[in-house]
Structures are given as structure tokens and as C-alpha cells.
Design a protein around this ligand. Structure first.
Ligand SMILES: Nc1ncnc2c1ncn2[C@@H]1O[C@H](COP(=O)(O)OP(=O)(O)O)[C@@H](O)[C@H]1O
Ligand SMILES: [Mg+2]
Length: 306
């Protein structure tokens, strides 16, 4: 378990982290979601020991991490936000350099390299120079480098920035495989779709503060916002409109009618069922649920994308 307690970090008069506390449990896929400049990389760098906090403490499995406790950090794998690879060397040569940090025997290192190349699906490209790789392949190799020593917890700092959609999905699959195999993952992103899709629990960070944390459902329930249901106007006649009015509050424009139901239908199928009862077919209906973007907007008054 990774416990981050009351971390404060200032750069001059920039308060990058203002009393950040988080607990990441063993086996979790934990997301840290926040806009650019929120403090995500600063926190990662403090956890991994590249930066020192002004105050606060970090412990792993109940042992405080400090400079005299370097061995503890070997349990961490770190995938930095900036790709750190030697472009003029091959994938295999890069991994040999990274592997040197871990005192493997020669044979053991080769086995490890094969293993991680297999996982990130770069085995057939191992002799190629990294400068010829796409953004996604570089990201995958960077991930491979962080896995050589079989860390217990993997820290991934925005690993999909600059990656094409196909490679992005491949990275998600790889991280899910690692997580299912028991690795704890701390994943930062400014893409709410990624946080929604990947993370079992997450924290939202803004201006160096954790402003909310929980599962996706817990965070969305903070909003107390009902679903909105859009119905194409061609789908109904006046008498259906009267029946719809019984279901909740209605507003309309030229093409659509928007219904905010007074009852909470916690499954889409229930809403569809109810509408079908009054003769409105599914293909005319669109249901919108609140997203993490709405949660962020509600808590900060700003959009995550700003
Ligand atoms: N080495 C540094 N020197 C000065 N300011 C920094 C440094 N690193 C980060 N900052 C500032 O700290 C804040 C948090 O940055 P960062 O942790 O990189 O955010 P994120 O990773 O969420 O985009 C930003 O305002 C950034 O400009
Ligand atoms: Mg960052």
C-alpha cells in the first residue's frame, strides 16, 4: 500500500502541491486526473525520489521512503511523462542500458528483456533504432524499460500523450494485463475518458489540491445530477407528450425534447422500457449521464479541457 501524507511542494511562489494526501491500495488501478499544471508530475517525481517534498511523508507497505531507504524504491516502476530513450540505439540496446541498474546476471537480463518486449509487443522490432519508432512504439518501449525489475507498483505519468488511438488501446490492454496479474498502478492523465475507462478508483487534482476522490460512481453521485433524455420530436404525437410530462420535467427545441425524469432510472434499459410503454421507440432516444468532466466543472467552475 502506498500512503502519501500531507505533501507540500513549492517552486518559488508556485504552490505545486498543497497538502496532498492519498492512499493507493495493493492491486488498485488508481487514477490521478487533473488539467495541465495541476501537480501530477510533481507528485510522481516526489514518490520516485527525483524531487524532494518541502514537507509531508510517503510510505510503502508501512515503511517510510527516504534517501536512506533506497531499496524500497526498487519496488517502483516509473514511466515518465517525457519519453526517455536513446534514439540512436535499438530497442534491445536501450533495454540493456536500463537493465544495468538492476544487477541482473547476463543471461537473466536477456530473459527479462525478451519477457518485457513480448508484453509490449515489440519483439519483432527489437533490433530497430528507436528513432524509427512511432510515438506509440516509443511509449511502449518506455513502459517495457520500467518493467524489467518486476516492480510491485507502476507509476505511469500520462503515458498516452502523443500516441495514436491504436497504440493507445494497446497500452490500455497492457496495463490491464499487468493490473490483473497483481501490479498496483498509479496512472496520471488529463483525459477524463481514460480515467473513466481504466481506473478502479481515482482522485481529481487541481492547483495542487485533491478536490475529490472515490470510484467513478461515487464521484458522479457527488453531483446529484439526474440523467437527461433526448427524444427526437418526430417520435411522438401530442397524446404521448402528455404521458411524457408525467415522467418528469420537459424542455424542447425545434428538433428534440429533453426530459429530466423525476424518478431515478438507474439503468438505461429501464428508461427505454418505460418509453416503449408509451410508444416511443429506442432509436429516437438518447440518454446522457453525468461524466467526470461534469464533476470537475461542478467542483472548479472550469472545464478540464481549458
Ligand atoms: N521544476 C519546476 N520549476 C518551477 N515550477 C515548476 C517545476 N515543475 C513544475 N512546476 C510548476 O508546478 C506546477 C505543477 O506542475 P506539474 O506537476 O508538471 O503539473 P502536471 O503534471 O499536472 O501538468 C505548474 O504550475 C508548473 O509550472
Ligand atoms: Mg505532468
Amino acid at each position: 500500500m502506498l500512503r502519501i501524507s500531507h505533501i507540500i511542494k513549492n517552486f518559488g511562489n508556485v504552490n505545486a502541491l498543497q497538502n496532498v494526501s492519498l492512499t493507493i491500495n495493493k492491486g488498485e488501478f488508481f487514477g490521478l486526473l487533473g488539467p495541465n499544471g495541476a501537480g501530477k508530475s510533481t507528485l510522481m517525481n516526489i514518490i520516485i525520489g527525483y524531487l524532494e517534498a518541502d514537507s509531508g511523508q510517503i510510505s510503502f507497505n508501512d515503511q517510510v521512503i527516504s534517501s536512506s531507504n533506497i531499496n524500497l524504491r526498487k519496488k517502483f516502476g516509473y514511466v515518465p511523462q517525457e519519453i526517455s530513450l536513446y534514439l540512436e540505439l535499438s530497442a534491445h540496446q536501450n533495454l540493456r542500458i536500463f537493465g544495468k541498474f538492476y544487477n541482473f546476471g547476463a543471461k537473466e537480463l536477456e530473459n527479462k528483456i525478451e519477457e518485457v518486449l513480448e508484453l509490449v509487443q515489440l519483439k519483432d522490432r527489437k533490433k530497430d533504432l528507436v528513432k524509427e519508432f512511432s510515438g506509440g512504439m516509443k511509449r511502449r518501449l518506455n513502459l517495457a524499460a520500467s518493467l524489467l525489475h518486476d516492480p510491485e507498483i507502476l507509476l505511469c505519468d500520462e503515458p498516452t500523450v502523443g500516441v495514436d488511438p491504436q497504440s493507445r488501446n494497446a497500452i490500455f490492454d497492457m496495463l490491464n494485463i499487468l493490473n490483473k496479474a497483481g501490479k498496483t498502478i498509479l496512472y496520471t492523465t488529463h483525459y477524463m475518458e481514460e480515467a473513466e475507462r481504466l481506473c478502479s478508483r481515482l482522485a481529481i487534482i487541481d492547483n495542487g489540491n485533491i478536490i475529490a476522490q472515490g470510484t467513478l460512481i461515487e464521484l458522479i453521485n457527488l453531483l446529484n445530477q439526474k440523467d437527461t433524455i433526448k427524444i427526437q420530436k418526430t417520435a411522438f404525437t401530442q397524446n404521448k407528450l402528455a404521458l411524457l410530462k408525467d415522467m418528469g420535467q420537459i424542455s424542447e427545441n425545434d428538433f428534440y425534447l429533453e426530459l429530466i425524469p423525476k424518478e431515478s432510472y438507474n439503468q438505461n434499459s429501464k428508461i427505454f422500457g418505460k418509453l416503449e410503454e408509451i410508444g416511443i421507440r429506442n432509436e429516437f432516444v438518447q440518454i446522457s449521464r453525468a461524466t467526470l468532466e461534469d464533476v470537475f466543472l461542478n467542483l472548479t467552475g472550469r472545464s478540464l479541457r481549458d
